[in-house]
Design a protein around this ligand. Structure first.
Ligand code: FAD
Length: 469
């Protein structure tokens, strides 16, 4: 698809959106659909942000397409149209395999209720009460109850159940049992409700369809364009600087990380002291490591499940799951049915949670060795599910927190934005500086594919009101 080169951009737009993650894409598309002249600037050569893919050795690897909740069907239908909605399909075989239990589930609420009763022998009344409590949690609830306390209330001494309920969420965003139960409740009731879904055809198809839709609506798209500064005059956003080019706008929406936006693109000196006091408490989430395996053409692999939460660690531990030598990882298996192509292709992606600081300072030789050791650990684990896997693979690639930082510019390569405190900062940005908005992963609720798209819609409404008002 042809985008507009930097030197052909106009001097002024109604709105500039900085960053093309799912939040930025949705916001730009909605605003253009509402009649505004919108410019989307992306520093990478590809759109999508963390919703990305890459090609190696004849395979296409998805980076963050492991699963999203059913809510995506409604959201995509309403905000992106039928072509996107119609490609959303369920992943039916979710596998847990660890020293405490091995089971397969559809990851739906009904199935969790069944498993808790039949497999873990929890009385029906306790299960019902637990789900009622979690479903009843809302954003404005008291945040003093921790997830550990919530689990202990309903399943005291049952580290196996704590693992079942928590491990998938820790894989995704590194959450611990000591975080507010509300953050758990939001993710849990979103995800473990009607099962896990994926986009048939892969991330490249999704982002391609989104780009087509944006061009139809008149968004000007410019890639390879890193915004260095958001320009502020008299406490009002008035444009951006890309290298030495200035582009004026009535409003600027940043889809870059909230920490990058405030620290680097705007500058803390533009904000009031009480806002900065709140901003100081914002913690970014952990990052990720991944190993990508491409299966040689002509080879097949049996159906071992779509998403496998595997661990050889005796018990669940968020800290263990972030260690460089963690024994816990998820395998996402992409069969030809989820990525139909003329020649059938199988790929497997192993994902681990990770601390940026463990990887950041390694010299190039130690970094290379650490990546090789990580690949070997993944091979060893994968061998248990796909015997002879080493002989079937023709392409291997790996990513670390440094990779995520390089491609998205996110502080410490965070995979899921910020923890809960980031939401208030993101939502109040435009009250601090007029015409400056943030959209993107913050506070769990606005993170992940569904959260980022929904947030894009919310922010587009705010911006529309501001620009018209
Ligand atoms: C390994 C991994 C696995 C994941 N798995 C899942 C999953 O299975 N399900 C799920 O729902 N979510 C998953 N996620 C999370 C999900 O991908 C993200 O929450 C979501 O895609 C983030 O969207 P966003 O709108 O916040 O923007 P981002 O994707 O963070 O994009 C921000 C964009 O801004 C651009 N940018 C930054 N600074 C500038 C600048 N100065 N100038 C121009 N452009 C700039 C970046 O290049 C990037 O394109 C995963 C994430 C990772 C890393």
């Amino acid at each position: 698809m042809q985008y507009t080169p930097l030197d052909r951009l106009e001097a002024r737009y109604d709105v500039v959106v900085v960053g093309s993650g799912l939040g930025g894409l949705t916001c730009a598309n909605r605003l253009a659909g509402a009649g505004h002249r919108v410019l989307l600037l992306e520093h990478h050569f590809q759109l999508g942000g963390l919703a990305t893919w890459f090609k190696r050795g004849g395979h296409i690897f998805d980076v963050s397409l492991h699963g999203f909740p059913y809510g995506m069907v409604k959201t995509c239908k309403k905000y992106w149209g039928p072509a996107i909605r119609d490609s959303i399909v369920q992943l039916k075989n979710i596998v847990f395999d660890n020293p405490q239990f091995s089971l397969t589930t559809t990851f739906s609420k009904d199935d969790f209720i069944r498993i808790l009763q039949e497999r873990f022998a929890v009385p029906a009344a306790v299960v019902t009460e637990f789900f009622a409590t979690v479903d009843g949690m809302n954003f404005y609830d008291d945040q003093s109850l921790s997830t550990r306390e919530l689990f202990t209330r309903y399943f005291p001494g049952r580290s196996d159940i704590h693992r079942l309920l928590m491990e998938p969420i820790t894989y995704a965003n590194g959450s611990t049992l000591d975080e507010p139960a509300i953050t758990y409740g939001i993710v849990f009731s979103n995800f473990m409700n009607r099962g896990v879904f994926t986009f048939e055809g892969g991330t490249d198809k999704l982002i391609g369809l989104m780009a087509e839709e944006m061009q139809k609506n008149g968004v000007t798209i410019c890639t390879n364009a890193r915004v260095d500064h958001i320009l502020i005059e008299h406490n009002k956003a008035c444009g951006v600087m890309v290298g030495n080019k200035t582009i004026a706008a009535k409003a600027v929406v940043s889809n870059a990380g909230i920490t990058n936006t405030i620290d680097e693109m705007v500058g803390q000196e533009q904000f009031a002291a009480d806002f900065l006091d709140r901003f100081k408490n914002v913690q970014v989430n952990n990052s990720s490591c991944q190993v990508y395996f491409g299966i040689r053409r002509g080879e097949t692999i049996a159906d071992i499940g779509d998403l496998l939460f595997t661990s050889t660690a005796e018990e669940f531990s968020s800290e263990e799951m972030r260690r460089m030598d963690t024994k816990s990882r998820t395998f996402s298996v992409y069969y030809p049915k989820t990525r139909p192509q003329s020649v059938p292709d199988y790929t497997i992606v192993a994902s681990m949670n990770a601390n940026y600081d463990d990887w950041a300072e390694l010299d190039s030789e130690s970094y290379r060795q650490a990546k090789e050791a990580m690949i070997e650990r993944c091979f060893d684990d994968l061998e248990r599910y796909v015997p002879g896997i080493r002989g079937k693979v023709d392409t291997i690639e790996s990513a670390t927190p440094r990779t995520f930082q390089r491609y998205t510019l996110h502080t410490k390569g965070t995979s899921f934005g910020t923890k809960f405190e980031g939401l208030d900062i993101s939502r109040s940005l435009h009250r601090e500086i007029h015409g400056l908005f943030h959209v993107g992963s913050v506070g769990i609720i606005m993170s992940g594919w569904l959260g980022a798209i929904n947030y894009g819609v919310i922010v587009a409404n705010d911006v529309d009101g501001y620009v018209r008002g």
